[in-house]
Design a protein around this ligand. Structure first.
Ligand code: TEU
Ligand code: CA
Length: 661
């Protein structure tokens, strides 16, 4: 078995740090940079103060003393261990940027259960998806991403897989998957599925065999640990589940604890066991043989855990709620496991075209993301980092107004750090988060403008845009009023855990209604008729009436958000500059104003966004520029209306040099 340990052909780039190292050395380390940026972001602070020469000279032992003084905790040893496990720094690359299909494609994420129901059982299915492929092709997206459609007990939206090679009964059949793949390819579109291999369902046959014989070969597929004879009631460590409660479930029938970073019915796979890796590689190949173009890889950065599964640091646990996360969000063998997956399954020697690897990587930041996706790394192609999804010191559970100025500064900084080896994803929504319009400003008067602004931002910025079903319709959160309206395991567990911890039911309900993943899992509104055209039956999750925002109603309205997305996608497809052009941000320091040039060959575009709910004075744009697409009719050349977005283009014949600001 070829080993995929990181070939130390490259010398260690990062110095080994210790308590005598200075804070600026810590911040110069790729993991250190991401960790400090995240901690500062959590606390709502800018990372500018780390550039302060006095602060940067602080030795880590001094930081330890200060940390113990103010927080009774000392994070430094824990963080030093994390940093010193990463010898590499991102290679920016000096050659031209590679132009692969997934860099210019626009992806469209589908939560099939809520997309279209073809048999009236109230559950979206593959038949419904096949019925709407023309709509998706008409929208102009290039690659579909389906969240899990595999056989599953569905305790977590299909992210608890019972059989990777079978389709969930209510979703349809393997023949329909084959038809979907063929239909996408026939339309010049692609399709990726969702690879959930950090864990399985506890009904998977591997887990059933592990229960039957915990000391047999399948026992080592999972983390099954015997109780501590001194304290059998105490789980093996203090790790917490992302879905509330301990990350350990006691199995009395076999007298073992089993690790589950998510629901108790989602036991983690033990990737240290090469048989597990062989199984995953085999199932990937099985799906590639059916013709899919790659996978979105669920929490793929969690697959490598610190050996011995040590306790997590209390302070980190308090800050991010999931104690123990430092021992698995960027584990010691992560790079190695990813290289093995690419080498043996996604891009094996002699492959005609590599299969796409999009890692979902909660907790990964800009620098660690570059180490996971750099063209020179042989690991992932793209990642989803979630650092931008909450602004200020807020968490998803806070009812607050997201500040788009934060996203602008985040994106400008991110773009500035990327070299030709790097690329990034651009997204605001998915099936795990509330709707972005509602996070920014729920006032209905701004809904259409905001919907167009967010689409313009994602589809004219450099990177690979991922749109989530309904975003093109300016979908907003649901006015949920009670727990009974919710289905999401994460929301229901959180409510129960909060109340058990003494939080008032009203406060717990407030947190859960604000953040529930059900907001983004409401059925797609295809028309304004009964069942919104989603189903002829009773939908599995009920959405509110939303007059004027169904596909059919927006299809007929030339000024609709849907038609704005269609135009944006057409312009992007026709323009190399909007896909690969350099980004030149102008007036970056001007709060509330986000404007940039995209330039390539003989094309130049200029994008102007008003990130605020108030009018914004703007400099006149060169008369040679044509306003190709604007969110508002009769725009005022001297001011942008609230959340107004504009897209200008210089005609290719113009002498572009004279246009530079
Ligand atoms: O999400 C992982 C993850 O980090 C999110 O669950 C996150 O903790 C929170 O829900 C939103 O930020 C992936 C899938 O996207 C999610 O639907 C699954 O529930 C989870 O993994 C377990 O498979
Ligand atoms: Ca159905």
């Amino acid at each position: 078995m070829a080993h995929y340990r990181i070939r130390r052909t490259r010398r260690r780039v990062n110095p080994v740090l210790d308590e005598s190292s200075r804070l600026r050395e810590f911040y110069a380390h790729p993991v250190g940079r991401d960790v400090i940026d995240k901690l500062l972001h959590q606390q709502g602070h800018s990372n500018r103060w780390v550039d302060n020469p006095v602060v940067g000279r602080l030795r880590l032992r001094t930081v330890s003393r200060l940390s113990r003084l103010f927080t009774r905790h000392d994070l430094v040893p824990t963080l030093l261990a994390l940093l010193n496990a990463e010898p590499d720094a991102p290679e920016p690359g000096s050659g031209p940027r590679e132009t692969t299909w997934w860099k210019e494609a626009v992806f469209y994420q589908i939560f099939p259960r809520s997309f279209a129901d073809s048999n009236g059982d109230g559950i979206g299915d593959l038949g419904g998806l096949l019925d709407h492929l023309d709509d998706l092709q008409g929208l102009g997206v290039d690659c579909l991403w389906l969240t899990p459609i595999y056989d599953s007990p569905n305790e977590d939206g299909g992210y608890d897989v019972r059989d990777y090679r079978a389709v969930m009964t209510e979703m349809g059949t393997l023949d329909q998957v084959d038809a979907l793949i063929a239909e996408c390819h026939a339309r010049g579109m692609r399709i990726i599925l969702d690879l959930v291999v950090n864990h399985t369902s506890d009904q998977h046959v591997w887990f059933q065999r592990a229960l039957a014989d915990p000391d047999g070969p399948y026992g080592d597929y999972y983390f099954l640990l015997p109780p501590d004879p001194e304290d059998p009631e105490r789980p093996p460590n203090n790790w917490r589940s992302a879905f509330s409660g301990p990350a350990w479930r006691w199995l009395p029938e076999i007298q073992r604890w089993v690790l589950h970073l998510f629901a108790p019915s989602q036991p983690d796979l033990n990737w240290e066991n090469h048989r597990v890796r062989d199984e995953v590689i085999d199932l990937c190949r099985w799906w590639f043989d059916r013709g899919i173009d790659g996978f979105r890889m669920d929490v793929i950065n969690f697959i490598s855990k610190t050996p011995g599964l040590p306790d997590g640091h209390d302070l980190i646990g308090d800050m991010v709620e999931v104690a123990g996360v430092e021992h698995y969000f960027y584990g010691p063998r992560l790079h190695e496991f990813l290289r093995e997956l690419r080498d043996r399954a996604f891009d094996p020697p002699g492959a005609r075209e590599p299969k796409l690897m999009v890692g979902e990587t909660p907790g990964v930041g800009v620098e660690t993301g570059r180490l996971l996706t750099g063209a020179d790394r042989g690991e992932l192609d793209l990642i989803f980092s979630f650092d931008h999804l909450e602004s200020g010191s807020h968490s998803r559970y806070d009812d607050y107004r997201y500040d788009l100025e934060f996203y602008k500064r985040y994106l400008v900084d991110y773009q500035s750090r990327l070299g030709s080896n790097d690329w990034l994803t651009l997204f605001f929504e998915n099936h795990d988060n509330p709707r972005m319009i509602s996070k920014v400003n729920p006032d209905p008067q701004h809904r259409v403008a905001l919907g167009k602004l967010l689409g313009t931002l994602l589809l004219t910025m450099r990177g690979t845009p991922f749109l989530y079903q309904g975003q093109e319709l300016a979908a907003v959160n649901q006015p949920f009023e009670s727990l009974e309206e919710l289905q999401d395991v994460e929301s229901l567990n959180r409510f129960r855990t909060l109340v058990e911890a003494g939080v008032s039911e009203a406060e717990a309900l407030g947190q859960v209604l604000t953040s529930s993943r059900d907001h983004s899992r409401i059925p797609m509104p295809w028309d304004s008729g009964p069942g919104a055209g989603f189903t002829t039956g009773t939908p599995w999750l009920a959405g509110r009436e939303d007059p004027g925002f169904s596909v059919a109603e927006q299809d007929r309205d030339p000024r609709s958000v849907l038609n704005h997305y269609r135009r944006l996608l057409r312009l992007r497809h026709a323009s190399p500059a909007l896909r690969f052009g350099e980004v030149d941000v102008v007036d970056a320091e001007r709060s509330g104003y986000f404007a940039w040039f995209r330039t390539a060959d003989h094309e130049r575009w200029f994008v102007q966004l008003n990130l605020t709910d108030a009018p914004l004075e703007v400099p006149a744009v060169d008369a040679a520029a044509e306003l190709v697409l604007g969110s508002h009719e009769s725009p005022d050349p001297a001011a942008l209306a609230p959340y107004e977005s504009r897209l200008y283009r210089w005609r290719a014949t113009d002498n572009l040099d004279s246009q530079r600001d």
